[in-house]
Design a protein around this ligand. Structure first.
Ligand code: DX5
Ligand code: ZN
Length: 217
């Protein structure tokens, strides 16, 4: 049995019964709910934002893992913290002053996480690791669910894990995009300990059973 945290991505949920779907993954053993916020600028798509998070906060105690795919995220950190985020991820490519936005997240009392796109070298995050609770490695180009996993992401995770071990740093490593029951084992073995899964969980015929299968790998 591999020890990791599963973070089903709400982007792939059925929004007509969102509260019920969150309950299903929570009861099946998922510890995080991954929440993709898109602004139509940093990524070529729009999703949901503060009011939706505020609303679902009332129906679930699951950890809200909020992935901000937005330009200049410093503008909205306080708003997402107030809405109920537990972990706030910003993109290294989206901010002019990464140190400042990490400090801003930490000042809200929430966990701080930094993400990089598939084309951004993993070394980019090294100088910030000592400040972070988590690093999110994108294994697809952000903007859409249901894309194909980019294989070179495994090597990035392995190098980041090696860096963490060498420097005695305890941050989590999350991977996001194209992860299914077929490749999750390879992802975890590369050094990842938080797995995002959107279409492979919420697109399944039996969501409860699929979460349990993920957690039995
Ligand atoms: C992509 C999002 C992902 C997405 C993952 O921009 O950041 O979190 O929801 O979806 P799947 O698991 O279907 O690739
Ligand atoms: Zn995401």
């Amino acid at each position: 049995l591999l020890m990791y945290i599963l973070a089903p991505s709400m982007l792939a949920a059925d929004f007509t019964v969102l509260g019920e779907q969150i309950k299903i993954v929570e009861e099946a053993g998922a510890k995080y709910l991954h929440i993709d916020v898109m602004d139509g600028d940093f990524v070529p798509n729009l999703s949901f934002g503060v009011p939706v998070i505020q609303s679902i906060r009332k129906c679930s105690g699951i950890v809200f893992d909020v992935h901000l795919m937005i330009s200049k995220p410093e503008r909205y950190i306080e708003a997402f913290a107030k809405a109920g985020a537990d972990i706030i991820t910003v993109h290294a490519e989206a901010s002019q002053d990464i140190n400042k936005v990490i400090t801003q997240i930490k000042n809200t009392g929430k966990k701080a996480s930094l993400s990089i796109n598939p084309d951004t070298p993993v070394e980019t995050v090294f100088e910030y690791c000592h400040l972070l609770d988590m690093v999110l490695l994108m294994s697809v180009h952000p903007g859409f669910g249901g894309q194909k996993f980019i294989g070179s992401s495994l090597d990035k995770a392995a190098r980041l894990r090696e860096y963490a071990v060498k420097n005695d740093l305890r941050f989590d490593i999350e991977m996001d995009g194209g992860i299914s029951l077929e490749n999750v084992e390879d992802v975890i073995k590369s050094g990842v300990n938080v797995i995002v899964a959107g279409s492979s969980v919420f697109g399944a015929n039996n969501i409860n059973q699929t979460v349990k299968e993920f957690l039995n790998i």
